[in-house]
Ligand binder design. Sequence first.
Ligand code: SF4
Length: 159
Amino acid sequence: MKVSEQPIKKILISSCFLGERVRYNGVVKPLVNKLLEQWKKQGRLIAICPEVISGLPVPRPPAEIDPNTKKVITIESIDVTEQFDKGAKLALRLCRQHNIQVALLKESSPSCGSNTIYDGTFRQQKIIGEGVTTKLLRGHGIKVFCEDSIEELAAQIEN
Ligand code: SF4
């Protein structure tokens, strides 16, 4: 008798971790990690950059979340909240398409941060908080991890 196989658990991942040129400043910065290599080979990774998929360009002006209004504002004082919300919704849609329950997203980004974000002053000051995409995903039960909690994520996906 054929033993039925469990479908592999997929992981939503920030595109920039895979070395894609999506970061605001256009600098490529891959995350080098053995687990990541393993997951890549296993076909577990579903990549997205919420900011680029929303239509924002590379490079683009840095943006931070205003802690009072919760709006996402660029360093040039342009309100890009709509684009950030759109990117978050597209990330959630991707999770649903692939039945994804866990995500590995870049810490401190105004989209992807899961423990900290910048404080809205563009002075490189971090505060406790989460990015727009992380917030939406968590609101729908998806667990979000960052580069510092990759081992915890690994424990979640053991099939
Ligand atoms: S929005 Fe997320 S995926 Fe895109 S560059 Fe920023 S941290 Fe990386």
